[in-house]
Every structure is written in C-alpha cells, then in structure tokens.
Ligand binder design. Structure first.
Ligand code: ADP
Ligand code: MG
Length: 737
C-alpha cells in the first residue's frame, strides 16, 4: 500500500521544481507513477555510438557520438565567435554549433564521447545541432552523468525527450524515484505470473528503466505488455458481467406476425447470415438483460434489414425502437428506405393502432431530426412520448435533447465509427427506471479481430459476410491530373458517357467552396496524421466544380450537395438524383455527406477529387455508393499531385481490393492503433504503451482466455480488487452511465 501511495507522490517534492515542471510541461507527467510509466524509447549501448543514418531534420534527437574535430572562428558578419564541433558515429559526421561560447573548447575535446541532444537542422548542407545540450562521459563535473554512470551499466536508456528536458535528465529523475520505490502491488495474479514466468511488477519497472542486459529489457517489456493486456481484458470482462446484472424488458412477440409478413414482402430472399444473426438477436431480445450486440458487415451486406426485423419484433411485443444515424441526410435516407421497405405495414397517418392490441397491425414510423420545423417536431415528440410512434429514426439530436419515450425497447445505432463509447453509454441510459433498452450497433467499417478484442470487447459481435447487394464489379483506378493529364481528361469524358447511357455519377470533393478552411464536417480526415502536409495543395471544391463542369458539359445536369445546405434542400437534391422525372440530376457533386447509406442502384461511377485527403475507410464507404445495381461500377481516385508515401499506400490499398476486412486491417497497419482504438475515449485504464494490437494479437487472445477462465473462479473479485489498487482505477466506474 505504501508503495502505491508513493506512486501518487508529486514529482515536485521528489525531484525538485525545475525538472518537475519541465516534465509536466513536456509530457504531462506529474507524479512518480507517471514518470515510471514513461518508458525509454530505445536503448543505447555504451561504447556503441548512435548511427546517424536515420536522423531526420526538424526532429529532436539524443545521440551518442565521439568528437572528431573542433574549430573556432570569428563570425564574418557579426561580432563574436562560432564554435563548430564535428562529431561522428564512426562512419558519418554531423556538426554541433555554438555561438559566442568559445569557453566550451575546454571541455569539448577531440576524442571524447558523450550524449548530445537537440533538434536537428541543416546548415550549409550539413546536419547540425545548434546549442545542443550534452553530457560527456568520464567528466567529473557532472552529477547527472554520475547518476547515469552509476545505474546504467553498459545499457543507456534513451527517453522520449523535449527541448525543455533531455533524455539523461529524465534518466536521472527516474533514478531518484526508483531509489525509494518499495514493492509495488501486483495486478497480475501469482498463478499467471508463474505460468508465464513473468517478472514481478517492481522488478519489471526497474528493469525497463535500468536494464542490466538485453534479456532484462525483453522480459520487462513482456511483463508490462502482459499487464496492459490483462488489465484491459479484465476490465472488459467485468463490464460484460456487469451488463448481465443490468435488467431489460424481454421482448417476446407471440407470433412474429409483423416480421413474417415483412419477410414475405421482400423482393429477395434473406442471406444465411441475415437469418442466423436474426435468430441470435431474437434470443437476445427474449432475455431480461440488455442485448449489447455489434453487427458488422461490409457496405451493402444488408444490415438494415437485420435491424428492421429486430425492430418489428420489439414493436409487436409492445415496445418502441429507435434508429440513430450520424447525419441528417442519412437519417432522412434511412427513414425513407425503412418506410418503403415496410410498404403496406407502414402507417404514415396518425390513427394507428398499437400492433399488440390491434387486428390490423400498422407500424408508425417517425423522423426526428434537429432541423424539423417546430410544429412537426412537437408532434413527433408527442407521438414518441405517447407510444403512438413505434419506430423513430433520427440523428444524435435524439441523444442530446430531451426525448421521452413511452417504452423504448431497442436502440439501433448505425455506423458505429462515428459514435464514441460515451455516446453509447448515454444511449443506454434512455430506458426508464434503471431498465435498459436492448442495443444493436451497426458498423460498415469491419473491425479487425484485434480491435474487437480490445475496444469493443464488451459487445457481442455478429458478422455478415455475404454482400448480396454488391453483385456488380467495381473497378478502381488512381489518376493524377499532374502526372497524366490525358487520363484525367478521359475521366471526364467517361463521366459524360455514363450519363448518356442513363447512369448516375457521384463526384466527391473535400471542400465546399474555394475559401480556405471551408471543409465539410469531416471528423475522420482531420485525424489523419499526415493531413497537414497536404493542406497546401489545391483542393477541388463543390462550388468550383459545379461552375466548371456545367460550362464544359452543358448537356449534363449537375447539382451540389454538402453539409451547409438546409436539410430540406438536401432532401430535394437527393430526391432529384434518384428520380427519372424532368427535374432529375445526372451528376451529384458532393462532400462526404454522401458517405454512408445512400442507395442509388443507377449510380455506376464515382470520381473522388483529392483522394489523398481521405482515409481508407472513408474511401471504401464512398465507393460503396456505386455498383449497387446490376451494372458494373468505376471508381476514380483523383490525386492532385505526388503524395506522401502513406497517402499513396492508402490509395493503393483501396484500389487493390473491395474487401472491407482487408482494408480495415491495412488501415490499422498504416494508422497505428491509437487512432483506430479511439483510446482517448476509452479511458485511462485502457491506455496502451507497449501493447500493439496487430503484433500482439496472439498475446491478447491468450490473455483473453486466461481472463475468461479466471472470471469463473473464486479469485475473480480479488483479482478485480488488485487491479483497482494497482492501477488506481474504479473498474465499475469506467462505464459512465
Ligand atoms: P448496409 O446497411 O449493410 O450497407 P443495406 O441494409 O442498406 O446494407 O442493404 C443494401 C442493399 O441491399 C439494399 O438495397 C437492400 O435492400 C439490399 N439487400 C439487403 N439484403 C438483401 C438480400 N438478402 N438479397 C438481396 N438484396 C439485399
Ligand atoms: Mg447501411
């Protein structure tokens, strides 16, 4: 317990104000425990100099090098001296530059080695550190270095460092903190530690910071990784258990009459997957603890049908169901497709009969979005509260605003990747008096197994593997205006040919107008790590394209669609794009508002401008809008210029396959796990430092099995208590309900 308290001690008390505030400022490290969690990035071997190969301009570095020459000369334009110190890794050279610090000549002598830290810049073609901080080996005047010499043995830890604090200053601070560290509490049970021969926690913390051998490092990393995986899986298991103790109303229709007549009305037969998952959901809904199921399936795999069949069961048993979509366009689209799918079952009038009582079952569907005119909105809210409305379709506004349901039995969330964990929790609290609605989350971004094991580990998962609506093939090509203008010109001709053949074409733009920063709401691409580098490029906008293309192709009917239009306008445009009337639209020029859900079988071609600005899953989603009918589709990824390698790889991945799972995996590899996991949302306990969801999948799976087994033993509550103590968390409070 004492050791645990020690971890919470403020660094100000332990190591002094200056270093403490540098750590706070640079890394938000404030306590002993946080410092000990700041693991070395790599290790340098004494006597083995750092290779200069991979040193990048503009990046802070810590290098171990030997001084090969020192020259002091008078500056030409200004008064004073410049001291140029060449250092070497044994092969290459780089320079250290000091202005007006001639006195440093005394200690910076040829042949001496040390650590040098600074930000690399380029000066007269040479890689240079200007005014680096340094520590020379074998110098007697340096207390920091003595500390380093004392503990480091032959392996020197190199920490993520900053302008304000060097790697060896961090090492010295860690040394002070480690010196008074007592035995730490263990989150991993002894049986597991023995079974896998894991170091104990204190040993591992000490070894990762001050290893005596490479074997030490390996064993420490393994142990700490194991701990991350173990804590994460235990927390998820705990949540699953807790969920089983929550109560929900069992939704058991007597006859499934609504669902059956719905099935009969469908113009196609359900896939095996749709039927199987339907049975699983039926079973969940009959339970008295809330269903929490993730339904994943590629774009076009028919998730909506699965959800609607579940909704009909809930409605028949007297409850209400709600379908939430991320955008207004999508909500409106869902509303229309639900109503049309329901056909004769749907009731758009107000004199509906509650199906469970009535003889002539009618399902009343209501659209509720933030932009409904007030009277309509009031009526909708009234219908929802009175139970008059059975199926409600809406946007996030439903969660945020105060909406009372008469008896909410099922929440369906479309496109999970737009919803955070907290929103999920907010939804779950919508049931009345401690009773939760059942929850079905649908995602068209298939989640790789590893992610499923981590972030979504508290949901049951069903996967639709067939894609019945995607019979048509879609070809994808990368085309660059700059590199190959004749290909680009051909793209636009092809667009016209599609239109003449009676097909529809989508053009996607990253921005609405030419004015800078007028990007449409686009949460995903703003997360792309390399997007900053692209921002100086020309961005093709909806408004500019409309003007230019209308001039060039006067016979083609164009219209724009973007997030700044009024919902009513958007709906009209979508309707015209779908229609064959005189006012029909051939080519829709849109931002990513068309990303999800839009279902236009006549659409055969999509041209995505500035494709380098979009993420893999976004491109995949966008492309899913074409090839939905019988005719093959063509998707053109237009790139504005030569891209950085990661953007290039993204486009190549999208062009190479239409398999959503494969793309999700590629995405994960290119982005790194942080983004994909949504770590910030999932709370401190799940923050991963060493664990890598791709590389460590075998470890994660093995830990998951161990945790499953452990959860069935008498030691489980003790294990949870140990985790809470060791990690300073309250496992039961992680779910913010
Ligand atoms: P998702 O939401 O998974 O992308 P949808 O539920 O919107 O897919 O379905 C895409 C299209 O496929 C819709 O037009 C739908 O009517 C159709 N569809 C769904 N299930 C089947 C099926 N079993 N056979 C043929 N078409 C289907
Ligand atoms: Mg859908």
């Amino acid at each position: 317990m004492q050791a645990q308290e020690y971890l919470n001690r403020s660094l100000k008390e332990l190591i002094g104000g200056k270093t403490a505030s540098a750590l706070k400022k640079s890394f938000r490290i404030g306590t002993a425990g946080e410092l000990l969690n700041h693991y070395p990035r790599r290790y340098a071997e004494r006597g083995q100099l750092t290779s200069f190969d991979r040193i990048e301009i503009g990046k802070p570095v810590t290098i171990m090098a030997t001084i090969s020459s020192v020259t002091a000369r008078r500056m030409k334009t200004k008064r004073g001296f410049v001291l140029v110190v060449a250092v070497t890794d044994g092969k290459d050279h780089m320079e250290l530059t000091f202005f007006n610090q001639k006195w440093r000549e005394k200690e910076l002598q040829v042949g001496r080695s040390g650590l040098f830290a600074g930000t690399v810049n380029e000066y007269h073609g040479a890689r240079t550190l200007t005014h680096p901080q340094y520590q020379l080996f074998g110098s007697s005047d340096s207390s920091d270095l003595e500390a380093l010499n004392d503990f480091a043995g032959s392996i020197i830890p190199v920490y993520p460092s900053s302008q304000a604090i060097t790697s060896w200053q961090i090492a010295a601070a860690v040394d002070v903190v480690l010196a008074s560290l007592e035995q730490l509490d263990e989150p991993i049970p002894i049986d597991l530690r023995e079974k896998y021969q894991l170091m104990d926690r204190s040993e591992a913390i000490k070894a990762i910071h001050q290893p005596e051998s490479h074997e030490d490092i390996e064993r420490a990393r393994l142990r700490l990784k194991y701990q991350e995986a173990f804590v994460l899986q235990a927390v998820l298991e705990f949540r699953r258990q807790k969920r089983r103790t929550l109560s929900a109303i069992a939704r058991k229709p007597k006859k499934h009459a609504l669902r059956e007549s719905f099935d009969l009305s469908l113009p196609f037969t359900l896939t095996q997957g749709q039927i199987g998952i339907g049975q699983q959901i039926e079973k969940d809904l009959r339970g008295t603890s809330p269903m929490m199921r993730l339904l994943q399936g590629d774009v076009g795999s028919g998730k909506t049908i699965v959800a609607l069949r579940a909704m009909l069961d809930v409605v028949e048993s007297g409850g209400q169901a709600v379908l939430l979509a991320p955008t207004e366009v999508l909500a409106a689209q869902h509303f229309e497709s639900l109503t049309s799918l329901l056909g004769g079952l749907s009731d758009s009038g107000s004199d509906s009969v509650t199906p469970s009582k009535g003889l002539d079952p009618k399902v009343k569907t209501t659209l509720l979005t933030g932009s409904l005119p007030l009277p309509a909105r009031k009526q909708a809210l009234l219908d929802i509260a009175s139970g008059n409305s059975h199926i409600v379709v809406g946007t996030h506004a439903l969660i945020q605003d105060h909406v009372d349901f008469f008896d909410l039995g099922l929440v369906v969330v479309d496109e999970q990747h737009r919803f955070g964990v907290e929103q999920r929790a907010a939804l779950m609290s919508k049931g009345s008096q401690g009773v939760r609605p059942h929850l079905l989350v649908m995602t068209a971004t298939p989640i790789p197994r590893t992610t499923a094991l981590t972030v979504f580990g508290d949901l049951d998962i069903s996967t639709l593997t067939e894609v019945p609506s995607m019979r048509a093939a879609v070809d994808t090509h990368i085309v660059s205006q700059q590199i190959n203008p004749s290909h680009a010109a051909r793209v636009w001709e092809r667009m016209q040919e599609e239109v003449i053949a009676g097909n529809r074409v989508f053009i996607v733009c990253a921005s609405i107008s030419e004015s800078a920063g007028d990007l449409d709401e686009d949460p995903e691409s703003s997360q792309l790590p390399d997007i900053a580098g692209e921002s100086r490029d020309h961005i093709v906008s909806v408004e500019q394209s409309l003007i230019e293309l209308a001039q060039r192709f006067p016979a083609v009917r164009f219209a724009g669609l973007h997030g700044k239009m009024k919902p009513e306008e958007k709906r009209t445009v979508m309707k015209r794009f779908r229609s064959n009337e005189a006012d029909a639209i051939d080519v829709l020029i849109a931002t990513t508002v068309i990303e999800v859900g839009v279902d236009i079988p006549e659409a055969t071609m999509m041209i995505i401008n500035n494709a380098e600005r979009f993420g893999i899953s976004q491109l995949h989603q966008l492309r899913g809008r074409i090839g939905r009918g019988d005719k093959p589709g063509l998707c053109i990824l237009m790139q504005e210029r030569l891209m950085n390698p990661v953007a290039q790889k993204r486009l190549e991945a999208v062009a190479s396959t239409r398999d959503g799972f494969e793309l999700a995996q590629r995405d994960l590899e290119l982005r790194g796990e942080g983004d994909v996991l949504g770590l910030e949302q999932s709370g401190a306990a799940t923050s991963l430092r060493l664990l890598r969801v791709i590389e460590d999948v075998a470890l994660i799976e093995s830990v998951r099995q161990e945790v499953d087994a452990l959860a069935r033993t008498d030691h489980w509550s003790q294990t949870i208590a140990a985790i809470e103590l060791a990690e300073f968390i309250r496992v039961d409070q992680l779910e913010k309900t």
